[in-house]
Design a protein around this ligand. Structure first.
Ligand code: CP
Length: 303
């Protein structure tokens, strides 16, 4: 039995296989419509979500399976003090696979150690978000054809941004990827990730200036400054609008730049960009559903 807690648990061959399955689902959805008939996905969301929870649920329905679960901690027995371990053991009696989001780093790992069914990390605090990374990888693959030799700009909250941490962990396994880290000083990428990239001889360039970095980027991965990760509201208010991508700021960008964002966005991408052919963030939303379908099939061992 296999869970997915961290994107690094997937080999490059497995990622390739998931990408191929997702592309096949896009081309031949009817082939997959009964693959999970009789199977149940439990979505255990202890933190708010629109895309991840609903795309997991849509994925399971489109595979012919069913869904149960909860979308907030207060409607589960967590509110009465139940542990993550006991919740995982309990849900293992009702479902075939779990997707769990939790504000505490490591909670899905604890669940996977106690469940008797596969557990998928659907985002744990500021740590990891591997299925968002699968959505990001499918989007990059479809837009750019592959991952080697890309210059990837990551902009916004690189400190608490779990989607950024997971994406870096995935892209560092490809050849000659360059990372441009664009953030306010207070929200820089944690040193342990930066040092590990440098130790492996990656080109890493840190800046606070999005416009100066723009001309060299193949991918611009925008992120939200996350109010829920701050202990101090004043600091959040000071930093929240550090970067707002507008058409003006794209004037020196490559014509084939791909703009990604895990969403939700607040102010960091102007809606005036949504119709720009370089805006990929709503394609990314849809790609997330296909990659979650492919992942469910893989973890359930469905051919
Ligand atoms: N990208 C993402 O995780 O979105 P949600 O928080 O809406 O699930």
């Amino acid at each position: 039995m296999r869970s997915l807690i961290d994107i690094a648990e997937l080999s490059l061959d497995e990622i390739d296989s998931l990408l191929a399955t997702a592309n096949d689902i896009i081309d031949n959805p009817e082939k997959y419509s009964e693959k999970c008939k009789g199977k149940k996905l439990a979505t255990l969301f202890f933190e708010p979500s629109t895309r991840t929870r609903l795309s997991f649920e849509a994925a399971m329905y489109e595979l012919g399976g069913n869904v149960l679960g909860f979308s907030e901690a207060t409607s589960s027995s967590t509110a009465k003090g139940e542990s993550v371990a006991d919740t995982a053991k309990t849900v293992s009696c009702y479902a075939d696979i779990i997707a769990m989001r939790h504000p505490k780093e490591g909670a899905p790992l604890v669940a996977s150690m106690n469940a008797s069914i596969p557990v998928i990390n659907a985002g744990d605090g500021g740590h990891n978000h591997p299925t968002q990374t699968l959505a990001d990888l499918l989007t990059i693959k479809r837009e750019k054809g592959g991952f080697d030799n890309l210059t990837v700009g990551l902009c916004g909250d690189l400190k608490f941004g779990r989607t950024v941490h997971s994406l870096i962990n995935a892209l560092r396994r490809y050849n000659n990827v360059k990372f441009v880290l664009i953030s306010p000083n207070e929200l820089k990428l944690p040193d342990y990730i930066k040092e590990s990239l440098k130790k492996d001889n990656f080109e890493v360039f840190e800046t606070t200036d999005l416009e100066a970095a723009m001309p060299k980027l193949d991918i611009l991965y925008m992120t939200r400054v996350q109010r829920e990760r701050f202990f101090n509201e004043e600091e959040y208010l000071r930093l929240k609008d550090s970067y707002i991508l507008t058409p003006e700021k794209l004037k020196n960008a490559k014509s084939d730049l791909s703009i990604l964002h895990p969403l939700p966005r607040v102010n960091e991408i102007s809606v005036a960009i949504d119709d720009d052919p370089r805006a990929c963030y709503f394609k990314q939303v849809l790609n997330g559903k296909y990659m979650r379908m492919a992942l469910i099939l893989m973890l359930l061992g469905v051919k």
